[in-house]
Design a protein around this ligand. Structure first.
Ligand SMILES: Cc1ncc(COP(=O)(O)O)c(C=O)c1O
Length: 468
């Protein structure tokens, strides 16, 4: 048999095919098989129960038990939550849901969602690239592009995923991301995924950002600067004029996350650029979520044709993920329609935010940097005090959730109030008054980590020590 005949014989073809398949699967037959015993040992060493993260959660639980505070998280709402809600059969005033413009339960929104549901079903049932494209996706993207005056927009199944996949895909190892120190976790995760270098600038501090830009000039292939329109934990607004001026000078890509600003800032709710009367073309990447003022689910990017084409063709979270659920896309479109028809919703939201902020300040509450738009924190410092304050308020009829470390820096624990256009003036006054009263009692009792009695503290310390 000649070499040529041998290579084309069925036996030889099979062994070559096997070798090729093994190569593709990453299997090298020559490598010794890992002993089953070693695997068992490795399994035991990799128990989830032994992870530091699990111990951290357990410690938080224990600390809560020691000071006898019930867990304020994962409260189950029995109805659609807006300005009010129902939990455990109790009717409560609600400041924990970001349905800023009260569209979540509106009949016009429900009608459009039901129409999409009847027509397309619950799911897009495939990535849009293959079989998941529906007209409602294009309608929503057209609406978003119009808001920002951009050549295009693209929607993703989650706001969080949007930032992760967009930054993770666009940036690379030779690049630098500069972000505000209070930036959302989804941005940080995207940068980590991208492998780009990362530095933060002090919150809204343009002089610090400029210093960093000067020092990194010419050392990276590309620089992306990221800020948030309205900061999700603090409720203040990005210095967009300052960012745009620096972009002009240094030529970086500017990305603004409008999660909490769309529908909230600006005369017609178009967001931060409208608030500052700035040309939206000065921002390269507009990012946002559909879960807040448009009371749906999903995220979006608006930008020029090239950016949108790149994302639609290459972003993992778009190409390899199902298309946005058609009823959810319809819900977002309907919310945008409703707000366009009833701009007074934005006016009411603004009035309510101003009333809350003003009342809280007068009552001596620490509202930090908040400008009184959609997000108003009441900073109490101690995590346990924040959790207990939330529980005491709930007992008094108000639902507002604590935000504790690591979502905010240590010592900056707070209750975060989401304001909506649907809160009444009385609900706002009452919530502010109750918060001030409940907090005063906790302060008077010195309630918090510092108030743990000696025995409880010793137990906590010994648990911590035994957990390494
Ligand atoms: C600034 C910011 N960006 C992105 C997200 C993620 O959005 P979503 O919750 O819609 O996934 C959030 C969530 O609250 C946010 O606050």
């Amino acid at each position: 048999m000649t070499a040529r005949e041998e290579s084309s014989s069925p036996r030889m073809q099979r062994s070559r095919k096997d070798a090729l398949l093994n190569q593709m699967r990453g299997i090298d037959r020559k490598k010794p098989q890992v002993e089953a015993e070693t695997v068992t040992l490795k399994r035991a060493a990799a128990r989830f129960e032994d992870l530091a993260e699990y111990k951290q959660v357990q410690m938080q639980k224990l600390a809560g038990e020691l000071v006898q505070i019930g867990n304020p998280f994962y409260r189950t709402h029995d109805v659609g939550a807006g300005a009010t809600t129902e939990i455990d059969g109790r009717h409560l005033t609600n400041f924990a849901s970001y349905d800023y413009l009260g569209t979540n339960q509106h009949p016009l929104v429900h009608a459009k969602v039901q129409e999409a549901l009847a027509r397309y079903g619950v799911s897009a049932s495939a990535s849009r690239l293959v079989a998941g494209e529906r007209p409602i996706h294009q309608e929503l993207e057209g609406r978003l592009a119009k808001i920002y005056g951009t050549e295009g927009a693209v929607v993703f199944v989650s706001g969080y995923l949007t930032n992760v996949t967009v930054i993770g895909g666009l940036m690379g190892q030779d690049d630098l991301v500069l972000h505000d120190e209070l930036i959302h976790n989804s941005i940080l995760t995207g940068v980590r995924l991208s492998g780009a270098a990362r530095r933060f600038f002090r919150h809204n501090d343009m002089a610090h950002l400029q210093e960093l830009l000067e020092s990194f000039q010419g050392r990276f292939r590309r620089i992306l600067v990221v800020a948030e329109g309205i900061y999700s934990m603090d409720g203040d607004v990005a210095d967009l004029p300052g960012l745009v001026a620096l972009r002009e000078r240094y030529g970086f890509w500017l990305m603004l996350d409008e999660a909490h600003a769309l529908g909230v800032l600006g005369e017609t709710g178009r967001g931060t650029f409208e608030h500052f009367d700035i040309d939206p073309g000065q921002v390269d990447i507009w990012s946002g979520t559909l879960s807040k003022a448009t009371s749906s689910c999903g995220g979006y990017i608006a930008g020029n044709e090239a950016l949108i084409s790149i994302l639609k063709g290459t972003a993992g979270g778009f190409v390899y993920s199902v298309g946005l659920s058609p009823p959810l896309a319809a819900g977002a479109v309907a919310s945008l329609d409703l707000v366009a028809q009833e701009p007074e919703r934005i006016t009411r939201l603004r009035r309510n935010g101003a009333q809350f902020l003003d009342g809280a300040r007068k009552a001596g509450l620490n509202t930090g940097l908040s400008l009184g738009f959609s997000v108003i924190p009441v900073i109490v410092g101690d995590s346990m005090r924040a959790a207990r304050l939330s529980n005491d308020l709930m007992a008094a009829g108000v639902n507002a959730l604590p935000i504790i470390h690591p979502a905010v820096p240590e010592g900056q624990a707070r209750l975060r109030f989401f304001i909506t256009s649907e809160h009444t003036s009385d609900q706002i006054d009452e919530a502010v008054q109750l918060t001030a009263e409940c907090l005063e009692k906790l302060v008077a009792a010195n309630f918090g980590i510092a108030s743990l009695d000696r025995q409880a503290m010793a137990r906590l310390m010994s648990e911590m020590a035994s957990d390494g």
